[in-house]
Design a protein around this ligand. Structure first.
Ligand code: PNS
Length: 188
């Protein structure tokens, strides 16, 4: 009897070599700004994929606190601190449909974080729509750490602008940039 072989062995029918299988995912979002909740999701996704593209949406309909360039720069600066296996990170901007961007980048998955049950309905609708648009791309939901279950970019901006404390919920670098932004605004 022929001995069993593993993928990547000498058997030509064994399928692609394991080392050639690339698991690429995108993590799309507004990231205005990046929070510790986002960093937590990035950390949790890193052992699951070979490459993770943090995809920053360029949405001309919204008035963001930070430009897409500023958001990307902050994310790039913060990524080296993410405890990581062998996952490679890329930061890119995109406009239009997330499903189109994922297909163009040949991603097999879209990563989204779920903080609480209240996120689920919105996320489910997006995941199902994205699956309809691109049936080969799965949405992978990851549960954020409990301590970030109420953290959102919008809430962080609101509390910060009104003088509340946000330490531990957003990276120190982001807090500094928000302080600079507020200073610039107050000068006008
Ligand atoms: O960080 P956010 O704001 O929760 O991210 C939402 C985002 C960017 C993932 C979502 O708005 C999106 O995918 N926008 C791109 C346009 C699109 O594909 N819309 C249809 C979604 S089913």
């Amino acid at each position: 009897m022929k001995p069993p072989t593993t993928a990547g062995g000498s058997d030509p029918n064994a399928g692609p070599k394991l080392e050639n299988i690339m698991r690429r995912a995108i993590f799309p979002g507004s990231f205005d700004p990046l929070t510790n909740g986002h960093l937590d999701i990035i950390t949790r996704s890193s052992p699951l994929f070979d490459e993770l593209i943090i995809a920053v949406l360029n949405n001309p309909d919204k008035q963001p606190m930070f430009s897409v360039e500023e958001r990307c720069e902050m994310i790039k600066e913060l990524l080296p601190a993410v405890v990581n296996t062998n996952c490679r990170f890329r930061v890119e901007t995109f406009s239009g449909l997330t499903a189109d961007f994922a297909r163009l980048r040949e991603a097999t998955a879209i990563v989204r974080g779920i903080r609480a049950v209240s996120d689920y309905e919105y996320e489910l609708r997006m995941a199902l729509m994205n699956r309809r648009l691109e049936p080969a791309i799965e949405t992978v939901f990851l549960m954020a750490a409990e301590e970030y279950s109420y953290v959102s970019s919008d809430l962080m901006k609101q509390v910060f602008v009104l003088g509340g404390r946000v330490e531990g919920l957003i990276p120190v670098l982001v807090e500094g940039k928000m302080r600079e932004k507020l200073g610039e605004k107050n000068k006008v």
